[in-house]
Design a protein around this ligand. Sequence first.
Ligand code: UGA
Length: 432
Amino acid sequence: MKITIIGTGYVGLVTGACFAEVGHTVTCVDADPKKVALLQAGGIPIYEPGLDEVVRRNVAAGRLLFTQSTGEGVANSEVIFIAVPTPPQPDGSVDMSYIESVAREVAGHLTAYRIIVDKSTVPVKTGEKVTETIKRYRKTSVDFDVVSNPEFLREGFAVEDLMKPDRVVIGVSSQRPVAAMKEIYSPFNAPIIVTDTNSAELIKHAANSFLALKISYANALSVICEAAGANVQEVTRGMGLDNRIGTRFLQASLGFGGSCFPKDLSAFIHISEELGYDFQLLKEVQRINADQMARFVKKIQDNLWVLRDKRIGVLGLAFKQNTDDVRTSPAIDLCQRLLKEGAKLRVYDPEAMEKAKALLPASDTVEYVADMDAVTDGVDALAIATEWPQFTKLDLARARKSMRTPIIFDGRNLFDPAEMEKLGFIYKSIGR
Ligand code: UGA
């Protein structure tokens, strides 16, 4: 199939690369000339495991093209995916201006039947709005269909998630685009759900909100476990082995972050309100998440007493493992709270330090160290904020000696509490 993707952010670029990988010819359009030049030269603007190889291989094979021209993209392919940002606004609603402007632009270039597919996360009824916009701005009465096809990839596992999706959701208002959409996805061997556009749009917000709810549930349990002297990992494992519950997304932590869950929860609450429903359950998910960070900081304060001029090592700045993304990162939030209390930080992240520099103050209060083990040198405590698997390889014997006082606050439960105590650490984790 010939496919165009408008927007080369996480979703657009990974989707384009994986479509090319299974043999489609993909034109990726981006308005940013620097990004297009970088991609044409084989560069990748984000850190995403495995993506660089897939992009390089398919650019070399001539199946993955980059351009700034929407006109070229619309002319090249029968199916046009929209994968532009839908950022949050201060009131929790979604800024739809990028989608609206792409819809207008695509409309202006339509000369023959096209399928316009929305891949960005959008409020329910966006498909209807995009359809109205295209009708209004097309130059002739050429036919088109608007399809909703939400994306479920996780950053850090994006290529894997795209190549082996659990399911593909296709929301349509007519049967005409169904065959082409099924053909695009047939190489991925995933169950395909064909439904109406509004339901497809809701599936995305409903799924992300439910996953966030699972994490908040585990985090609420962590509070009970701490009070009762139980272990949250044992409790969630015991629950999760029930197939109806599942073990995934039940890791208690210092809270979830990233560019999706916090934004999508706010958006879904806002959308529900507009539809006349007060989604209190999701407000509680947000509250538990905010509390979890506050409780983690309080734990540090309770143990170190005064934070002013204390040196604290921080492992992890990205919002999760396997990414350099620091948007709405709990780790950055933690650093900012500790700095506000007057602490001095030594920080390390395998991929996210450059991006973190834009969010943390450029002053002598934050020291970026080049190697993981050096983060503990001379510190009064260490905080673990991101679940990078390599952090479990921290040289603990060295850390024990190099720290001024051997106190570890583990916001990701990476170590065994009994072993840490045996090694001489005061070790505080989540819900254990
Ligand atoms: C999330 C969804 O998982 C994807 O399915 C969805 O496509 C994506 O949002 C999106 O809407 O674009 P992502 O934000 O990349 O993906 O990352 P997740 O792996 O879901 O993690 C989100 C946050 O939850 C991270 O801060 C992570 O550390 C935290 N988390 C995750 C926990 O604290 N505990 C868990 O058990 C799982």
